[in-house]
Design a protein around this ligand. Structure first.
Ligand code: TRP
Ligand code: SF4
Length: 322
């Protein structure tokens, strides 16, 4: 079974990426033939007008993946824009995809409800699920690990595949299935979605001091004023972090102590920060040791492998159409 997934290079990775995506990829690479790629063309669908160094950010992203435990000997790591066949297949799929299918995509509808996107309303944003379809089916992916919000894109991918098969009377693609990890979603320090724009994220390259300073500021149960006030872990962000980073025994102990009012929030936060550091520390150290030239080498090999498969598939596509 083959797994394909992509991530946009839109800046430093944070704990939410680690808990929500990379921990899962780490498991998948042991169980499936895995292809993980930097979706740099996808980044352009919304950020075409921003001054970002996509090349540098892509290399940095692959470096962070590897620091997190993605193993280039197990998984194929590559850069989307280096495999021009994705664009070729995107073009073909754009020919056969009704605009109405794209206009009813919830991601598109949500964006159009925001003034900022409505002003841009670029064709690439409307058609980005078509590019995503090409990314996936060009490699005959069986499974695509994605978040809940991406589910409609996988449905669309299957619809496009079926339409292609119907129109050209030849079944050359696999129908991909989404793989929804009961995604451990880690909230930001203020309880909203963890995001750079909310300034509520802890990044994978932060020092123990920086981690502590952020955890220190995290929202806790507002009902606790004195240390002996009984607490409600279910409304506390710090407790969410404990669930993600502490052992089950420690989580149970903290829950109990919080409810009884026998642990203070400061102590609880200190333990939380220390457990985050146990995960982040090795990632930070591994990242510091990785050299750009080695990353470039890994990408070059990954690109080659991806390119061979993609070219083979495009040959079939073109034989069917022309
Ligand atoms: N659209 C995905 C996102 O925004 C990224 C992505 C691009 C992707 N192509 C993909 C994910 C193919 C899975 C498979 O996060
Ligand atoms: Fe949250 Fe811990 Fe304070 Fe309980 S003791 S409210 S879990 S920080």
């Amino acid at each position: 079974m083959r797994v394909v997934s992509g991530m946009r290079p839109t800046g430093k990775l944070h704990l939410g990426h680690y808990i929500g995506v990379l921990k899962n990829w780490k498991e998948l690479q042991n169980r499936y033939e895995s292809f993980f790629f930097v979706a740099d063309w996808h980044a352009l669908t919304t950020k075409f007008d921003e001054e970002i160094d996509l090349k540098a950010q892509s290399i940095e992203l692959v470096k962070e993946w590897i620091a997190c435990g993605i193993d280039p000997r197990k998984a194929t790591l590559f850069i989307q824009s280096e495999i021009k066949e994705h664009a070729e297949l995107y073009l073909i799929f754009n020919m056969i995809t009704p605009v109405s299918w794209l206009e009813r995509n919830p991601t598109y509808k949500d964006a159009m409800a925001q003034e900022e996107y409505k002003k841009k309303n670029n064709a690439g944003f409307l058609t980005y699920p078509v590019l995503q379809t090409a990314d996936i089916v060009i490699y005959d992916a069986d499974l695509v690990p994605i978040g809940e919000d991406q589910k409609p894109h996988l449905e669309l991918a299957r619809d496009i595949v079926n339409r292609f098969h119907y129109l050209y009377k030849k079944e050359i693609f696999k129908e991909p299935k989404e793989m929804l990890t009961e995604m451990a979603r880690l909230p930001g320090l203020d309880g909203r979605k963890m995001s750079k724009s909310f300034n509520n994220a802890i990044y994978l390259d932060e020092t123990p001091e920086e981690i502590w300073n952020k955890v220190r500021m995290a929202k806790t149960d507002p009902a606790r004023i004195k240390k002996t006030d009984p607490g409600h872990p279910e409304v506390c962000i710090v407790f969410e972090y404990h669930k993600a980073f502490s052992t089950p025994e420690e989580v149970a102990e903290i829950e109990n102590a919080c409810r009884k009012g026998s642990i203070g929030c400061v102590e609880c936060k200190k333990r939380c920060a220390a457990n985050i550091e146990k995960v982040v520390g090795p990632i930070r150290e591994k990242k510091a040791k990785l050299k750009n030239e080695d990353i470039l080498d890994i990408i070059k090999k990954g690109n080659k492998k991806a390119k061979d498969l993609a070219a083979e598939k495009m040959k079939k596509v073109n034989e069917v159409i022309f």
